[in-house]
Structure formats: structure tokens, C-alpha cells
Write a protein that binds this ligand. Structure first.
Ligand code: ZN
Ligand code: ZN
Ligand code: ZN
Length: 654
């Protein structure tokens, strides 16, 4: 260790009340009679840099005679305590460590980044304090509260602070050159005791008084106030003033800034560097009250406390508005609201799903496990006596079954309604949802015999509820209902429509179901041909299987009948047909290029699909298409020629 550092200082000036740390070092410098302030700093501090904030204090206080501690200096002679309560634990540790035990003195310190937002760039004095200090102590010193950036008046005399001589405008003190006032005169010899300084303007006066009061209180409580405590204070006060939602977010930040500006006025806030633009930066207020991401703006935070409460002191000391919450809907259990349930009006529901909506409303969802009845209630934080306001989300299986079975027994909506003590409207509303269209003479959805026959016939062709419903444009449940009513008719055809496609949403399941069906059909019918199978399982299923499961189909099904098509003949006929069509296109002299696609387009769809699926079987046709395709140059020539002939035509008319 450096031996110089181990040496105790022979003397050290006793710090004055509210004296800035820089001033103490300066007075040591004057007394030491050193010419170079670097030497003084090295001697006392062990480093030469800026002294706005001390660093390495634990070592320094070791060398100072007497029992001065690091905290004495930090809390009584620097402005760090203004920041301290607003720094989170982690930051606070980091900055504090810089002050008391910075290991690398050549490195700049974290604390500096924070303190520069609080400490004025120039050193400021109060002329009345200069007079008083000079008369009482025989010397002048720097008061730390005079250096607070957002305060322009003396905490004691309420006079405007000065950083320059009123006559020659030279700075009264220069931090860089480490020249501070010791005597009440400027460097040009103007006697500062001769001047009087005016007080502040009315409007700014109020705010400065307010900030002074709050800042002094903050300084006095800095040791005990913590980040976490203050954060809760801000959030709960703002919540009590309805600026924060139940979700813990700032409610309408625009409205908050509007009210805040109205309360203090733009001029006053501008003077403190809090312009409207600054305040309206997205999330600014939110980050400040949460002490997140930004360097705390102490003045802003103090003003916010004053805006919500009458002063920062009141903000801290007044007991919080009662926000500890009543648990919405209580702790349960809750009753089942289904009058057909055995647990009706009994406390049978054990859990409640609470949700907070955007509009600050809380809803609870309650589901009875016994009957499936599910309802939602909303809860209003303003309204302690909970309004029972039930809206049904799902009537549950019990209720549904009861309606269906009663209806099936009575075959009448009216009777069902009376029996179940429901309104006719409710039964009418829910019954179709549960059983499909109602087959009753009163129902508007009654299907005629003809319509039913159409459904059955289509179904016997498609073998699919979905396909039939789509074909006829009716509800799938309707198809299902009539098919099931006529089931005996279909049973002969080996239809096990339990695996009806309707219920199967996943392709894989559908494929498996279809496979089973095909296998079961094949095991009962001998010498089954593909065409027969297609009829039995329905065209749509057959097509579906070919599309998604062709390999399996080819493996399992009988081979395609070999004499189905004479491809040579097909090819020959098709090629002639294509030739005819192409020639006719040229004859029409169409205005677009006669491409392969254009030629194919003029064919029938089954011809096109043959070309697409089995090109290897149709070489002649493909050759003809290629032969008659018009290339780009030819097309240009044809276009030009046709235009000319058109013009010629019009010339002739003229
Ligand atoms: Zn003063
Ligand atoms: Zn001067
Ligand atoms: Zn129930």
C-alpha cells in the first residue's frame, strides 16, 4: 500500500453546516498553503480529479483527524442523498461503492452519471449567506443545497442564487481551476457585500418554495427512505387518484400529463426543464414513478408527489388510502346457479377464474363440475356490495340433456317450456342448437317428404353427411337427423356411419376410419371391383382416399381394370381434336398468343385432366400441342398484320 495514503493528515477543517464537500477540500487547500490544487487533492483524497462527489471515502476518512465517517460526509455534504431513495438496491450499491471504496481511481465512476443531473454546472452563492457566513465565520463557503440544479433560491433567505459577479459577470467560482470564494469579493475585487438581490417572481416563487420544502424533507429522510418503499407509495397514491388501473398500469398517461401541466402551468415546468415534449415522451412518467430505465428526475418526482398530495412530507407520512384489496368474489366456494342441478344454490363450486378486463372490471367465471353449468359474474371495485349479475356462458350437459329429453317426450316446445319452467323463447333458442332443426308441425324448418327424399337419395350417393349437406345446401345436422331416422335403409349397404366424416376433424383419423371401412367392406364382399366399392363408400370418400392415401389404396384394392381404356385410340382421337381446336383458334385470330395453355383451355375438362395425369399415354396429342403452339415472334407478326388489316379496313371506309 502507498505509504503516503497511510499517513494521517495533520489537520482537517471542521465542515460547516450544509457545506459542500468541494468547499471542505478547498478550505483544506487554502490552509495547507499548497500552490497546486492537484497536490492538495492528492494529499487528501489520493486522486486529482473532480470533487463534486467524493470517492474512496473509507480511506479518506481514515486519514482525517477526528471521528468523521464516510456516511457523515455523503449524507451531510453531498447531494447524493437526493438520489439515493430513488435508486434501486442494485444501482444504489453500485453508486455507493464508488463513493466509499472505488478501487480503480483512474476509472470514471458511475455515481457521476447520476449526480450530474442534480448538481448545478456552475457553483452558486447566496449574497445574504455570504454576508452572514463572512460575519460569523470570517470566511465564505459553498452551501450544498445552493448547488441543487432545480432550485434557484437560497433555502434560508429565499433570494435568487448567483453564479457570476453582479458587476463584471466573471464567475464567482471555477470548478476546473479549483478557485472558490473564500472572501466576499469577486476575482476582480468587487465587494459582494455591497449588493442586494431580489426575490423571485410570484409564480416561480411558489414552486421554488415547494421544491425547497420537499427537497429539505427528502434530504432529512434520505437514509431511511428506500426505493421499494417509495415505489409502493407512488403506485398506491396514483391508484387512489385513479391514475393507475387495477392491472397496475398508468391509466391514460395523456390525461395524467394534462392534469399535471394544468396543475403547475407550462411556464413553471419549462423553467425546470420539464417541457411538455419531455413529459409526453412515451412511458416517461411511468418509468419515472417506477424508477425504471431512466435516471430519476428528482424534481419531477417531487412535483408528482405534490400533485397527488399536498407535499412530499404528506405523501410519505400520511397513511395510504386503503388499497389493500378485497378479494373479488371472496374466497369461495360459490353456488351453482343451475336450478336443475342437485347442487343448485349450494356452495359446490370450488374455483373461480378471475380476469381483469381493459376497462378495469373484474369478472369471475364459475363452473359447476356436477352439471357443467358455467356462468360469469362481474365485480365492481367501487361497489362493495357485490351485485349478483350472472350471465350464463354454458348451460352444461345436464341442462342440455334435460331440454332434449323433455322435448323428445312431449314433442312440443310449449310443453317443454312449461315443464321445465323456462320461457318458450329459451327453449326455442336452444333446442335447434342441441338437436338440429325441429321436426314439429309448428317449426318453420319442417322438411317436406320430397325434400327428405332428396336428402336420402343424395346421401346414398355421397355416403357423407358433409357432402350431402354441401350438395343440397342444408345443415349437416339436418342430413344426419334424417339419415339416422332412416338408418335401416342404409344398414343393408354396410354403412357404419358411426365413423361419419362429420365428427372427424383430423385427416389422420378420417383416413384411419376410411381404411377400416374399406377393409370391412372388402372382407364381406367377394370379387369387389373398384367401381362397386366407390358406390358403397361414397364418391367423396373414395376420392378423398385416392387423394391422400393413394399408396395404401393401390396396395389394398383390386387393380384397375386393365381394359378400361384403349389409350392408343384415345390418343389418336384426342390429337385430332386438338388439331381442330388449334386451327379454329388461329382462324378466330384471337388477340392473345396461342400458347400451349390456351390450346389446352379449349379442350373438355376430362381431356385436360387426361393430359395432365397421363401424359406418357398421350404422345401424339402432346406433339400436336407443341406443333400448334405459337411462338412469341410469330405472335408479334400476327398481331402486327391484324392491326394493319384493321387500319386498312378503316381507310377503306374513309
Ligand atoms: Zn442565503
Ligand atoms: Zn466582479
Ligand atoms: Zn351444478
Amino acid at each position: 500500500m502507498n505509504t503516503q495514503i497511510e499517513n494521517k493528515l495533520a489537520f482537517f477543517p471542521t465542515p460547516y453546516l450544509e457545506e459542500d464537500f468541494r468547499s471542505i477540500i478547498y478550505r483544506y487547500h487554502v490552509r495547507s498553503l499548497h500552490i497546486s490544487h492537484e497536490r492538495t487533492k492528492k494529499e487528501v483524497l489520493g486522486y486529482k480529479g473532480n470533487t463534486t462527489l467524493p470517492r474512496n471515502l473509507n480511506e479518506i476518512t481514515e486519514r482525517i483527524p477526528g471521528n468523521v465517517t464516510s456516511d457523515d460526509i455523503i449524507y451531510n455534504h453531498t447531494l447524493f442523498p437526493l438520489l439515493k431513495p430513488f435508486l434501486n438496491e442494485h444501482l444504489m450499491d453500485k453508486v455507493y461503492r464508488d463513493l466509499v471504496s472505488h478501487p480503480d481511481l483512474n476509472k470514471s465512476i458511475n455515481a457521476k452519471n447520476y449526480i450530474k443531473h442534480i448538481v448545478s454546472d456552475e457553483i452558486r452563492y447566496c449574497l445574504d449567506c455570504i454576508r452572514e457566513d463572512y460575519n460569523n465565520l470570517g470566511e465564505v463557503y459553498i452551501h450544498r443545497l445552493h448547488q441543487c440544479k432545480y432550485i434557484f433560491v437560497c433555502y434560508k433567505h429565499k433570494k435568487i442564487l448567483l453564479s457570476n459577479c453582479p458587476i463584471c459577470e466573471t464567475p464567482l467560482a471555477e470548478q476546473k481551476r479549483f478557485t472558490f470564494l473564500g472572501q466576499p469579493c469577486c476575482s476582480n475585487g468587487h465587494n459582494l457585500l455591497d449588493f442586494k438581490v431580489s426575490s423571485l417572481h410570484e409564480e416561480n416563487h411558489f414552486i421554488q418554495e415547494a421544491l425547497l420544502e420537499d427537497t429539505s424533507f427528502l434530504l432529512s429522510k434520505a437514509r431511511s427512505l428506500t426505493h421499494d418503499y417509495l415505489k409502493v407509495k407512488y403506485l398506491s397514491w396514483l391508484y387512489s387518484k385513479q391514475y393507475i388501473t387495477l392491472l397496475g398500469e398508468l391509466f391514460q398517461p395523456r390525461a395524467f400529463v394534462d392534469d399535471f401541466i394544468n396543475f403547475f402551468s407550462t411556464e413553471v415546468l419549462d423553467k425546470l426543464g420539464m417541457t411538455e415534449d419531455y413529459l409526453r415522451v412515451k412511458n416517461r412518467i411511468w418509468y419515472q414513478i417506477n424508477f425504471k430505465k431512466e435516471v430519476p428526475n428528482v424534481a419531477l418526482l417531487l412535483l408528482i408527489s405534490r400533485f397527488i398530495c399536498s407535499s412530499f412530507e404528506c405523501f410519505i407520512n400520511k397513511s395510504l388510502p386503503n388499497v389493500s384489496s378485497i378479494i373479488p368474489f371472496g374466497t369461495g366456494p360459490w353456488i351453482c346457479e343451475n336450478k336443475y342441478c342437485l347442487s343448485y344454490k349450494k356452495l359446490s363450486i370450488k374455483s373461480c377464474i378471475r380476469k381483469v378486463s381493459r376497462k378495469d372490471r373484474i369478472t369471475g367465471t364459475f363452473c359447476c363440475l356436477a352439471c357443467g353449468f358455467t356462468y360469469v359474474r362481474s365485480w365492481d371495485s367501487q361497489d362493495i356490495a357485490e351485485k349478483i349479475n350472472v350471465s350464463v356462458v354454458d348451460h352444461g350437459h345436464l341442462w342440455n340433456d334435460l331440454i332434449v329429453s323433455t322435448y323428445e317426450r312431449t314433442c312440443s316446445i310449449n310443453k317443454t317450456a312449461t315443464e321445465l319452467k323456462l320461457t318458450r323463447e329459451i327453449v326455442k333458442k336452444y333446442l335447434p342448437l342441441l338437436v338440429g332443426e325441429i321436426d314439429s308441425p309448428y317449426s318453420s324448418n319442417h322438411y317436406s317428404h320430397q325434400q327428405v327424399q332428396a336428402i336420402l337419395e343424395t346421401y346414398s350417393q355421397y355416403k357423407s353427411y358433409r357432402g350431402t349437406a354441401r350438395k343440397l345446401g342444408v345443415n349437416r345436422n339436418t342430413v344426419k337427423k334424417y339419415v339416422l331416422l332412416n338408418l335401416p335403409k342404409f344398414e343393408n349397404e354396410l354403412l357404419l356411419d358411426e365413423i361419419a366424416v362429420t365428427a372427424i376433424d383430423y385427416q389422420e383419423e378420417r383416413v384411419n376410419a376410411c381404411r377400416n371401412k374399406i377393409v370391412s367392406i372388402m372382407s364381406t364382399v367377394n370379387n369387389l371391383k373398384r367401381s362397386h366399392l366407390r358406390k358403397l363408400i361414397g364418391y367423396s370418400t373414395y376420392r378423398f382416399m385416392l387423394k391422400v392415401d393413394r399408396d395404401w389404396m393401390d396396395e389394398v384394392l383390386p387393380p384397375v381394370s386393365p381394359h378400361a381404356l384403349n389409350w392408343d385410340l384415345v390418343d389418336k382421337e384426342l390429337s385430332e381434336h386438338i388439331k381442330e381446336k388449334a386451327l379454329s383458334l388461329y382462324k378466330q385470330n384471337i388477340t392473345i398468343r396461342i400458347s400451349k395453355e390456351r390450346i389446352k383451355k379449349s379442350l373438355e375438362s376430362f381431356q385436360r385432366s387426361r393430359l395432365a395425369r397421363r401424359p406418357e399415354k398421350l404422345p401424339l396429342s402432346i406433339a400436336v400441342i407443341e406443333q400448334y403452339e405459337e411462338n412469341k415472334e410469330d405472335y408479334q407478326v400476327r398481331k402486327k398484320l391484324s392491326k394493319e388489316s384493321l387500319r386498312k379496313g378503316t381507310d377503306d371506309i374513309n
